[in-house]
Design a protein around this ligand. Structure first.
Ligand SMILES: Cc1cc2nc3c(=O)[nH]c(=O)nc-3n(C[C@H](O)[C@H](O)[C@H](O)COP(=O)(O)OP(=O)(O)OC[C@H]3O[C@@H](n4cnc5c(N)ncnc54)[C@H](O)[C@@H]3O)c2cc1C
Length: 441
């Protein structure tokens, strides 16, 4: 095999595995280097400790995964993931109102993130030209200055050469450190949100009157900063995740003893989650994760060395409250697959970074529009912020009474329709008459 046929991927998280799947179609050998050790089953691991917290997979992500790994959705269900009707089985309290519940005909899969990732891994392990190596910490890139090319990676014990190096090492990103060391600035957007995630799993008591499989109680900003979700997952368990913006959660108090988490659930805008877990059996310790800021590194706006491609959280870490990170990675992988199929391998990285920016841009804009409802949020505000916030607020409130509006919103939220589909003449008319009626109340 000539050396022009090898790709190395740094990081065996979701993006690394997705990248391996699509690169394996065109590269003779694809090696994933993961610093964690191999785990025996679907359990959270140190290198991706966010896996202890609820991970929703949006429709776009679910469809994309099925395209990349045919049959995977059925495999999820075979091992206990929960199939729900997306709009009947979700009870969602948002901006102070419960969403309307109706049968929109779409389904969502509820499962833990380790369960989802473990299934992807089983597919990856069956691809003959992909090698997944654990306990491999990549320390540096090999760099040919004369050609301005990344030629491989430096590991603790030795080095590996490759034609393409993919950085899927997550938000801490080897590439960022490498560029920083060389004093090369990365154009980036950063939005401070100081978000805390706290999660715990429970066994709930049987209750035949429970009419939901996932319940989300979101804060009504700017007054409320704490929100929470309770979701059924595989193994007849429920995962409860509570999130607080701008240091609204006192980490020490919550972690000090078993009652800390239950006490925190009393601070949610509604007591529904507290009432479910008050007498439930805790199954895990309380986990904590902090997201000080969202960051979007604009690799599409700078010149990178040849032979280097970035994917997933390495490019953009988004506020996870809207459940988009994994779906972004999946959409990026599909986009990379299309580019590779056109055969333009020499220019693939620059073209891919531009495509990734197109995927991220509308999602980033949608998320920061919400996050800037808090005055403590800092960063670059989008153009026309207050009108966007006003329009979105009316969409959210209308979603509690108008099925057409909620249906359009569900599709946008799930990244299967562009945001412009919330601006049809009929929806604009509904928004205006709703806004007018609020003024005259
Ligand atoms: C609290 C929280 C909740 C979230 N909830 C959701 C949700 O509901 N829905 C959703 O879609 N997304 C959610 N996300 C986002 C989602 O977790 C990420 O977008 C997704 O995991 C990105 O995967 P990644 O592979 O790019 O990065 P990571 O998951 O960070 O994986 C990076 C991998 O690289 C490895 N690595 C790092 N450095 C090295 C090195 N030097 N050498 C070798 N290996 C290395 C790490 O061990 C790790 O395995 C959430 C995120 C957080 C933090």
């Amino acid at each position: 095999m000539s050396s022009t046929e090898k790709a190395i991927i740094i990081g065996g998280g979701i993006s690394g595995k997705l990248a391996a799947r699509v690169l394996s179609d065109v590269y003779k050998e694809v090696i994933i280097l993961e610093r964690d050790s191999e785990h025996a089953g679907p359990i959270a691991r140190k290198g991706a400790s966010q896996g202890e917290h609820l991970h929703a997979l949006l429709h776009a992500g679910e469809h994309g995964l099925e395209e990349l790994f045919p049959g995977i959705t059925e495999k999820f269900y075979d091992s206990g993931a929960v199939k729900i009707n997306s709009t009947i089985d979700l009870a969602w309290f948002h901006h102070g109102a419960w969403k309307v519940r109706y049968d929109g005909g779409y389904s969502t899969t509820l499962q833990t993130r380790p369960h989802l990732e473990w299934h992807i891994e089983q597919y990856i392990k069956r691809i003959p030209n992909v090698i997944l190596r654990y306990n491999q910490v990549v320390e540096d890139f090999l760099y040919n200055k004369a050609e301005n090319r990344i030629t491989g990676v430096q590991l603790k014990n030795g080095s590996l050469k490759a034609d393409l190096v993919v950085d899927a090492s997550g938000v801490s990103s080897l590439t960022s450190k490498w560029l920083h060391k060389r004093r090369t600035p990365i154009p980036e957007e950063k939005v401070e949100i100081n978000l805390s995630y706290i999660s715990k799993q429970f066994q709930l008591a049987e209750n035949h009157e429970r009419d939901w499989r996932i319940k989300m109680v979101y804060p009504n900003p700017p007054q409320e900063k704490i929100g929470g979700t309770i979701s059924r997952v595989e193994g007849n368990r429920h995962i409860v995740t509570i999130m607080g913006y701008h240091k609204a959660v006192n980490e020490k108090e919550v972690l000090k003893d078993e009652s800390g988490f239950i006490e925190l659930s009393k601070k949610l805008p509604r007591l529904d989650i507290y009432q479910e877990i008050e007498y439930a059996t805790p199954l895990t310790k309380t986990s904590f994760y902090r997201i000080p800021h969202m960051v979007w590194r604009r690799f599409d706006k700078m010149e990178l060395p040849n032979g280097l491609l970035l994917i997933g959280d390495t490019i953009c870490r988004i506020d996870p409250v809207f459940g988009q990170g994994m779906s972004i990675a999946i959409l990026e992988a599909l986009s990379l697959q299309k580019l590779l199929q056109t055969g333009a391998r020499q220019k693939v990285s620059a073209a891919f970074h531009k495509k990734a920016a197109k995927i991220i841009s509308p999602i980033w804009n949608m998320v920061i529009t919400e996050d800037f409802r808090y005055s403590a949020t800092t960063g670059k505000r989008p153009f026309g912020l207050s009108i966007q916030q006003w329009y979105a607020k009316n969409i959210f409130l209308l979603s509690s009474q108008n099925q057409e509006v909620y249906d359009a919103f569900v599709k946008v939220m799930n990244l299967v329709r562009p945001i412009t589909t919330l601006m049809t003449p009929s929806i604009i008319k509904s928004v205006l008459s709703h806004a007018f009626s609020r003024i005259h109340k």
